[in-house]
Design a binder for this molecule. Structure first.
Ligand code: DGJ
Length: 329
């Protein structure tokens, strides 16, 4: 083949290569923009507040409160391949539909989703509450498929403890914990769960008398970090950090992290992005827009470490490399 015959072929090949590389790059590098309402693939606002994100089958799954209309949110599920394009997967718990008492005598806050590798089931733990917060209960639901249907496992006070604002924590060995604000917002209760994640089997009080809520825990190389807020309703306040080598004891005194009002957020979870070059830990927080709760925003900030200390800084936007597990401004 003569050179002038070869040239168009080379040009097309080069073009294809460039666009494939471009595409691959686009696919795993995402720009996180904070402060805006997330929109789903159907053009509706993403309603998944107070929830968490888990990885399953090559996608991220976001569960959370649908605050679009009432005091008693349904629980929505979304999926995404890049943490940016969110597809609505349905209402996994729905007022009056999936559970008759839901929307009448009970409401759900802070639904958290876990996968149990042993039972191969998806389990939701949440705050299961009366309109005036007098019930102080938790709810547990389970399904064979991530998208449902979720059946009630149990609702009530874990180990007879009044329990409100909550989160879950799954350790690297698969042991799971429910952690909630107990005893009329006085303490944090760390409840170790049974291997099937159906019930609390033991309780340890943490941050006694310190009136903390919205706890979010991550284990980084054997050191547990917990970020939590004070109890000020929907209003933001100073987030505090504590660390320990053990979940049950040895937590350091609370110290400030982030700015005075946690950048106008309250923690919902800490997301771990493990990649080929590193791991990025993401603080995921709710910017509650009370009294306009449907307009609440989900904020994501990369967690930094300086001299061994966890640091949170405001970023209007930042870039995450999902494949490498790294981030940059
Ligand atoms: C703060 C909690 O973190 C939220 O989940 C919600 O319960 C509000 N309080 C209600 O005021």
């Amino acid at each position: 083949m003569k050179l002038n015959q070869l040239l168009p072929t080379v040009a097309v090949a080069a073009l294809l290569l460039t666009s494939t590389v471009g595409l691959a790059k686009r696919k795993h590098t995402v720009k996180i923009q904070n402060g805006l309402l997330w929109m789903d693939t159907e053009g509706r606002s993403v309603q998944a507040h107070g929830g968490n994100i888990i990885r399953h089958n090559g996608r991220w799954w976001l569960i959370g409160e649908d605050r679009s209309s009432s005091w008693n949110p349904d629980v929505n599920l979304y999926s995404s391949k890049d943490l940016q394009t969110w597809k609505f997967e349905g209402k996994v718990l729905e007022n009056g539909v999936t559970h008759p008492e839901l929307g009448r005598t009970r409401m759900i806050e802070r639904p958290k989703l876990m996968y149990n590798k042993t039972t191969r089931k998806f389990v939701i733990w949440c705050h299961w509450e009366a309109k005036d917060y007098s019930a102080s209960e938790a709810g547990v639901f389970e399904s064979d498929a991530i998208t449902g249907p979720y059946k009630t496992v149990w609702t009530g006070r874990p180990l007879d403890t009044k329990s409100r604002d909550c989160n879950i924590f799954q350790d690297i060995d698969g042991t799971a914990y429910f952690i909630s604000t107990t005893d009329e917002n006085t303490n944090l209760g760390l409840f170790k769960l049974s291997p099937d994640y159906h019930q609390a089997v033991s309780k340890t009080l943490l941050q006694e008398g310190q009136r903390r809520e919205a706890p979010a825990i991550v284990n980084i190389d054997g050191l547990y970090y917990m970020i939590s807020s004070a109890c000020t309703g929907w209003d933001p306040n100073q987030a505090k950090l504590t660390t320990s080598r053990s979940l049950e004891s040895g937590w350091t005194p609370l110290e400030n992290i982030g700015d005075r009002i946690a950048f106008d957020t309250q923690a919902s979870s800490i997301l771990t992005i493990q990649g080929t070059q590193g791991t990025t830990y993401i603080y995921v927080g709710d910017r509650w827009m009370d009294p306009d709760l449907p307009n609440s925003k989900i904020i994501m900030l990369p967690i930094e470490f300086e001299n061994g200390k966890m640091v949170l800084r405001w970023r209007e936007s930042w870039t995450l490399d999902l494949k490498r597990g790294t981030w940059s401004d």
